[in-house]
Write a protein of this length. Structure first.
Length: 326
């Protein structure tokens, strides 16, 4: 009798599991994206209808960056664009993810901007710097200070949300700010004479921008994510092709309400990775040329700055298999 009940229970469990997976598969993949060129580029595939052509049902949802991570953490999204460091933060606080697609690395869009008269990082000694403490801008600042023989103790940090940094620099309350586009560009425009004295182009790979997906969605819909990635590399080819570059930029600029000519500089400050380039950076090694090395550095930074308490298992956050298999 017990064996019969056990068989029935196992059968019922299997049916429920299949049903659950079927329900998940019936829904469109909910993908969050925000105002960063490497993620705004999705708009090209959306407008061109390439996801439908690829046979994958998707629903892209537009957010402010932090709000997109909050939505992912709340289980409202299957995947979201995050920096590798922020994926660790989100995971450490309860919403684990797997980074499967490498969009780009920041190549100048993240900046330390000095007020008029400040033209080098060395001049920041003893000065006030507006930065969102614990975020990737903070890491960029520490990297710049280290390269110039200084530490965080040599400056005074003023904790400022990134989107408020242009106003803070204009107010004169700080001597410099750290911000990414579009906030960095706004600051340079609003404060005549201000200057970018260090950027992410000075340390390629410090900031990787990726797509992180929930482990549940990844397990249930790996084939769909593979199709999404194929569309992504179609988008990359379209953006990188000189013949279609202007059309791609026009589509991206329209999404964020800017003129195409203005948005070109944003795109140039973002190294959107080809499949070949992404494969190289998915290989394990130390330092910023590998997503593994860069993420380890981000984890060390997060623990040191008490963003979270315990070091994360870096390997569990990264799955290169879909990229390497393409």
């Amino acid at each position: 009798m017990k064996s019969i009940v056990t068989k029935i229970s196992k059968t019922l469990a299997a049916v429920l599991l299949v049903s659950a997976f079927s329900n998940v598969s019936a829904e469109p993949l909910k993908i969050g994206y925000s105002d960063w060129p490497g993620w705004v580029a999705w708009e090209v595939g959306i407008e061109k209808g390439w996801f439908k052509e690829a046979g994958v049902d998707v629903k892209f949802e537009w957010f402010d960056y932090v709000a997109s991570m909050d939505a992912f953490a709340a289980g409202k999204l299957d995947g979201v664009g995050m920096t590798n460091g922020d994926a660790l933060v989100t995971g450490a606080t309860g919403a684990k993810s797997v980074m499967i697609l490498m969009n780009d690395y920041s190549n100048g869009n993240d900046m330390i901007i000095g007020k008029p008269g400040i033209t080098s990082v060395k001049q920041l000694k003893g000065k006030k710097i507006g930065v969102e403490v614990g975020f990737v801008s903070h890491l960029l600042l520490l990297n710049a200070l280290e390269k110039n023989g200084m530490t965080e103790k040599d400056v005074e940090l003023v904790n400022v949300p990134t989107n408020e940094t242009p106003q803070v620099l204009a107010s004169g309350d700080v001597d410099a700010i750290v911000a990414w586009q579009p906030s960095s560009g706004i600051a340079l425009t609003q404060v005549p004479g201000s200057k970018a004295i260090y950027t992410s182009a000075d340390e390629p790979g410090l900031i990787y921008d990726l797509y992180a997906v929930s482990p549940q969605s990844y397990a249930a819909r790996k084939d769909d994510w593979k199709k999404v990635m194929k569309v992504w590399y179609r988008i990359v080819d379209y953006v990188n092709d000189p013949k279609t570059f202007n059309d791609a930029v026009a589509i991206m600029a329209s999404r964020v309400g800017l003129k195409a000519d203005e948005y070109k500089s944003f795109v140039k400050g973002t190294k959107i990775l080809t499949l070949k380039e992404a494969k190289k950076m998915f290989k394990k090694s130390k330092g910023f040329k590998s997503i593994y090395g860069s993420t380890q550095i981000a984890d060390d930074f997060n623990v040191a700055n008490k963003v979270y308490d315990k070091a994360q298992n870096i390997k569990s956050y990264i799955d290169p298999s879909l990229t390497l298999g393409m």
